[in-house]
Each structure stands twice: as structure tokens, then as C-alpha cells.
Design a protein around this ligand. Sequence first.
Ligand SMILES: NC(=O)c1ccc[n+]([C@@H]2O[C@H](COP(=O)([O-])OP(=O)(O)OC[C@H]3O[C@@H](n4cnc5c(N)ncnc54)[C@H](OP(=O)(O)O)[C@@H]3O)[C@@H](O)[C@H]2O)c1
Length: 287
Amino acid sequence: MTMHVDNRDSVLVVGSDGSIGRSLVTAFQASGKNVLQTTRNRNLVSVQKVFLDLSEDLRQWPLPTVPVKVAFICAAVTSQEKCRSEPEYSRRVNVEGTISLARRLVDSGCFVIFLSTNVVFDGKKPFAKGNDPVNPQSAYGRQKSEAEAKLLKMGDMLSIVRFSKVLSPDMPLFQGWIRDLKAGKEICPFSDMLFSPVPLAFAVEVLLKVAELQIPGIMQVSAAQEISYADMAVHIARKLGLDEKLIRPVSYLESLIERAPLHTTLDVSRLRSELGMIPPEVSKLWS
Ligand SMILES: NC(=O)c1ccc[n+]([C@@H]2O[C@H](COP(=O)([O-])OP(=O)(O)OC[C@H]3O[C@@H](n4cnc5c(N)ncnc54)[C@H](OP(=O)(O)O)[C@@H]3O)[C@@H](O)[C@H]2O)c1
């Protein structure tokens, strides 16, 4: 199906069924923008939402028929486990399909925003700088890092936004904890795995600003601190008045194959200086 749109400024959200893509669509629709979307679910295809599978040959994929000002590439194989167990498929999506689509969009005059991750770094030091050398330790991180390097060669019509962790209150992990704590059941969060969560609404605000200002290069987004999953569980329990004695911290090393990065925070100088945004404080989450 070819995309049909009206004459307002259009934006394209690639991967609009995902957590961040969905929120971006909602934010743009609220501001009256014409939002084109892609889905890989044929049942969800509509006039504004076309089919796109990044694992397929995209050379014939029909670009929108009107100029698209900004496109967000939110679609990806985001499961670290799937990237590890299906390296060829996930690389086809996270590197080859992504690059091929970005190339066509940039060539059509569109500013492209690619969502990336802190795990392009090895996490040996906190607050990694945007131009520090990458050293991914997982298949997912290696794919994102390879995509980044190729995308950066496309010039000033492209922005890479690296997020540490985007926190949505409805994340199954946290909802599961809350459900279990309310039911009086023990939970076993990791005590030795850190993350640096930014609320989904904050992440969307960053993306809207990068789109508005069309800032090229690498923009990094993390919270002001990092916290272990076990401490986050305690934090949530306290905020919601649940019994924190039911929290039994465990080591992730007992259950995971790939080593998690020691540190997850990112240097956010550009976020402060160019977007005028302050990184969120972990202690204020869930309030
Ligand atoms: N959330 C975070 O904490 C975080 C942190 C750093 C970076 N990021 C990056 O931000 C982006 C969005 O993340 P998210 O949390 O919104 O991820 P998500 O909820 O997993 O959404 C990913 C989307 O990609 C789609 N997708 C997967 N394979 C595809 C394919 N072959 N062709 C087309 N679409 C495909 C999925 O489709 P279905 O809905 O059909 O499965 C889904 O809608 C990703 O690039 C991710 O790496 C996220």
C-alpha cells in the first residue's frame, strides 16, 4: 500500500507498534502533525500505517509520496537474547535493513533519527562520552554500534540518539514485581546489574526536540545516576507502600550468559547545552 497523506508537515515513525514508537505517534498526533507509521503486523496496516519489515529487501519499499521532514527509526530487534541466539536475522534487521532504509530516506531529503543504546560501550566507566571509543560486549550492542558507524557516514541529515534505559511504568518486569509484592510473594531482582532509567515521557521529549532542531551527530540520554534493579525494587516498594521485606536480591550471574555492563550512565553534556534539558534524578522516579 502506498502512503497517502495531506499537506501538513509529515513525520514518519518506523516501528510505531513498539513502546517508544507508540508514544512518539501519540505525541505528534496531539500536536496536530501528520504522522505516517510503519508496522510489521499486516493486520494493523491502514492508510497512515504501511507495512515494513526491516529483514526484507527494502530497495522497492514505497517511500511516502509527500516529503517527510523527519523520520524516526524505532524498529529493531531489541531483545538481547534474540540478537544473541539469532545473529544473522537480527543483524539483517538492526544493521542491513536499518542502513538501507536510512539511506533511502536521507537521499529523499528527510532528516533521520536513529535510536541507539549505551551498550555500544563496554560499561567499564560511568558517564561515557559521545565520542569515546565503542566496545560492545553483546550481539545487540555490536549490531547497534555497526549501524551507528555506517549511519554517521551519511552526514548532517542524521542523528543518533543513544538512550541508557527508557522506563515505562507499564513495563512487564515492574508490573510483575508490583503484582507479586501486592500478593505477598517474594521477588528476586538483580543486585549487581545497574541501569540508568529515563522516563518514557522524557525520552519522547528529547526526540521531539532533536527533530525540531534537526541536530546531527550523537546525542546521549541517561539519568543523572544509575541504580541496581534490586534498589529500584526497594524504591518502588517504598513509593507504593509495599512490603520491601519480600525483596530477595540475587546475582544476575546465576541466570544470564552475557555479562551486563558495570556502568550504564552516559555523558549528557549535549542534552544540557543544546536541548536545555536536565537528566532525570533516579530518586524522583515513580513519584
Ligand atoms: N526501551 C529502551 O530502554 C531502549 C534503550 C536504548 C535504545 N532503545 C532503542 O529504541 C528503539 C525502540 O525501542 P523500544 O523500547 O520501543 O522497542 P520495542 O518496544 O521492542 O519496539 C521495537 C519495534 O520494532 C519492531 N520490529 C522488530 N523487528 C522488526 C522488523 N524485522 N521489521 C520491522 N519492525 C520490526 C517491533 O515490531 P512488533 O511490535 O511487531 O514486535 C516493535 O514494534 C530500538 O531501536 C531500541 O534499540 C530502547
